[in-house]
Design a protein around this ligand. Structure first.
Ligand SMILES: Nc1ncnc2c1ncn2[C@@H]1O[C@H](COP(=O)(O)OP(=O)(O)O)[C@@H](O)[C@H]1O
Ligand SMILES: O=P(O)(O)O[C@H]1O[C@H](CO)[C@@H](O[C@H]2O[C@H](CO)[C@@H](O)[C@H](O)[C@H]2O)[C@H](O)[C@H]1O
Length: 493
């Protein structure tokens, strides 16, 4: 590992080089590794912080590591240019070192060090271990500063000491630890310097008193001392942000939120109802209302803009570019390209005729799995990170709110395809109920804007094709079926 380190190097010299072969093998196998399908050619260190010195029992290191990889065929990775000339994404790792790994930590094994100052010891994913997870919560609780790591907290919120941690087993893009069923700490895995919407938006919503989103209690930051400039968003938040302002170079590494106890996510619930042959319309309607509540609060909290002809052209061009990149990455898409393009061109045409739309900050990757229902039936929306593969600046741009609506409509379709037998009527009924619920609170039915809705849904289905091809090839038929349907319906209108 090349040690292009800029701050807080308190690790034993040589440890990082000895980790290199272990990480090359382990990192690409992690669900949250974003560069799947491309070889890791090396690592450089962005920052290294010793959290516990290496005693016989335990040593603990916080690392930000840049994995060097050749660029993807399609421009899907959001990695900014590497200051040392290597393209690649930066990952947050919590590395534990022990003489021997107790059996309960066997699934957390990364490998055995064969050289360096700690040769003979075992390296593992320390988030699974009680003491390291406790250490993070304690640092947040006491607003600690360790090396380049800053732990901050909402001054009005208390964190009780001694909450017992357990790692969440949910399938996710990052990693989470639940503390005593009271809080959940999401540690971001692929990190990018700049204002992170996963902290920015829930904070803004909390200030609006929006009850649909668990309010951040504390957060973990690091200074991006590697010289990579933060990607400033075109429309800036007017809300105070913890310590980083756009243009600054700060990584958001983690966010602590209240844990919604006994919650079921919308995906699980929808599949359960489908399996029982039950409809999901009441819940879909409630989800539509919740989405509209969040959109209304976001439009109040953060700037909105009117999208005229030029801005819409840029939006449409973006959709077309993504389609072209997707067709390159997933050639199965080729026959559908003309039909899909016509969905985008129809939107461009409307804009040319003088139609305008409002854009605002949105969730950015809304689907059933991002909706949590409490045992009392209240819905919360989580995970405001946006589509993880998109550049941060793009994720923070005001968008038509129908982008989120389209994400949910796609999700009902996904659920209907995942049932034993496809259930198109179930999906149609959910989609209609969701739009009605949205109109009840938002004042406008998404179906009254069919051209924009179809373009957004098409854009989302194309994103899903690329996502599934990269992460879950078995699922590819689900968005491909939608692509086929959307390509045909766009051509016939
Ligand atoms: N506030 C919360 N209360 C209860 N469970 C939560 C909460 N936030 C997240 N979760 C659980 O953790 C999972 C992953 O969270 P999410 O923010 O979507 O992370 P990721 O970006 O890694 O996918 C969710 O699907 C849900 O099961
Ligand atoms: O990890 P995230 O939740 O941030 O989102 C990514 O993974 C999702 C899958 O886990 C993916 O969602 C797609 O599959 C869902 C079913 O598993 C379905 O409900 C969604 O509608 C569909 O988009 C999401 O696109 C991706 O960004």
């Amino acid at each position: 590992m090349s040690e292009a380190v800029t701050h807080s190097v308190t690790t034993p010299p040589g440890l990082l080089a000895s980790l290199d072969p272990l990480l090359r093998e382990w990192l690409p196998r992690q669900r949250w590794f974003a560069g799947k399908g491309r070889p890791v050619t090396g690592f450089s260190l962005v920052s290294a912080t010793e959290l516990l010195p290496p005693t016989a029992k335990l040593g603990l290191y916080h690392l930000l590591v840049r994995a060097h990889q050749p660029p993807a065929a399609a421009p899907q990775t959001a990695a900014p240019p590497d200051p040392h000339g290597h393209p690649g994404d930066t990952y947050q790792l919590l590395i534990g070192v022990r003489e021997a790994l107790p059996p309960r930590l066997a699934p957390a094994l990364i490998g055995h060090l064969t050289e360096g100052p700690l040769a003979g010891r075992t390296v593992y994913e320390a988030l699974y271990d009680t003491r390291p997870a406790e250490l993070l919560l304690e640092a947040l609780r006491t607003q600690d500063r360790i090396g380049g790591l800053r732990f901050e907290k909402d001054p009005d919120r208390d964190i009780r000491p001694g909450l017992v941690p357990r790692v969440s087993t949910a399938e996710q893009s990052n990693s989470s630890v639940v503390y005593g069923d009271t809080f959940i700490l999401k540690l971001l895995r692929r990190v990018v310097p700049g204002v992170n919407p996963d902290l920015e938006l829930p904070l803004a919503l909390a200030r609006q008193g929006c009850a649909r989103v668990p309010a951040p209690v504390a957060w973990m930051l690091a200074d991006a001392a590697d010289g990579v400039p933060a990607q400033a968003a075109p429309a800036e938040s007017e809300e105070p942000y913890p310590t980083a302002y756009p243009g600054e170079t700060t990584y958001v590494l983690g966010v602590l939120q209240p844990f919604v106890q006994g919650a079921t996510d919308g995906w699980e619930l929808a599949l359960r109802e489908l399996a029982k042959g039950e409809d999901f319309q009441a819940e879909a309607r409630a989800l539509g209302r919740a989405t509209a509540e969040v959109h209304t609060a976001l439009a109040r909290a953060l700037p909105t803009v009117t999208l005229g002809h030029l801005q819409m052209r840029a939006l449409v061009d973006g959709m077309i570019e993504r389609l072209e990149a997707a067709a390159q990455a997933v050639p199965t898409l080729h026959p559908y390209v003309p039909g899909l393009l016509s969905a985008f061109e129809a939107l461009g045409q409307l804009a040319e005729e003088g139609h305008t739309w409002t854009a605002q900050r949105v969730h950015g990757d809304l689907h059933l799995g991002q909706c949590l229902r409490s045992p009392s039936g209240e819905w919360s929306l989580i995970d405001f990170e946006g589509e993880p593969a998109r550049p941060l600046a793009e994720r923070r741009m005001p968008q038509p709110a129908l982008r989120d609506v389209a994400g949910m409509l796609r999700s009902f379709d996904y659920a209907a395809h995942s049932a034993g037998t496809p259930a198109p009527q179930w999906a149609e009924a959910c989609r209609a109920a969701y739009c009605s619920g949205y109109a009840e609170v938002g004042g406008r039915d998404p179906r009254h804007d069919p051209v924009l809705l179809r373009a957004c849904e098409t854009d989302k289905a194309i994103y899903e094709v690329v996502y599934e091809a990269r992460h879950r090839p078995d699922w590819l038929p689900v968005p491909l079926a939608a692509v086929r349907r959307l390509a045909l319906s766009s051509r016939s209108t």
